[in-house]
Design a protein around this ligand. Structure first.
Ligand SMILES: [Zn+2]
Ligand SMILES: [Zn+2]
Length: 137
């Protein structure tokens, strides 16, 4: 967030009004700098339905969240690891071996797929083992 130190007055990301003194607008995660009017407005968390001030909310992956759910979503996000391998660097058999051998500790392989828009990149997706097991039982 290098913008925080910039001396240029920020524009409110919601209503577009410009701050009179640079650096006075608070920052909302996923939204940007907003004015105090907008900061005090109530928004509804899309996960638990609680009404919170916009100042204490966040936007994460397109959803408005209260801070509690924001923490949970970030945690969930971390529950997946994607590793990429390039078939141009090594043969597919080696890649497949590596995918199994280089499985991160505490994670289970969920899928191996072609990288998007690529004919030689492979993506191996791992999920936290405890999550994987809770989904499968
Ligand atoms: Zn505003
Ligand atoms: Zn919530």
């Amino acid at each position: 967030m290098q913008h925080l130190t910039s001396k240029k007055p920020a524009k409110c990301a919601i209503c577009g009004s410009e701050e009179s003194t640079p650096g006075t607008y608070p920052m909302v995660i996923g939204v940007g700098r907003i004015c105090m009017n907008c900061a005090m407005q109530k928004v509804r968390c899309e996960v638990c339905g609680d009404e919170v001030k916009r100042l204490t909310s966040s936007r994460f992956q397109g959803r408005t969240l209260c801070l509690k759910d924001h923490m949970k979503e970030v945690e969930k996000y971390k529950q997946h690891i994607v590793k990429t391998y390039d078939e141009e660097n090594e043969p597919l058999t080696t890649i497949l071996e590596k995918v199994m051998k280089e499985q991160p500790e505490g994670y289970t392989l969920v899928t191996i797929r072609r990288g998007r828009n690529s004919t030689h990149v492979w993506e191996a997706e791992y999920e936290k083992t405890e999550i994987f097991q809770s989904r499968c039982s």
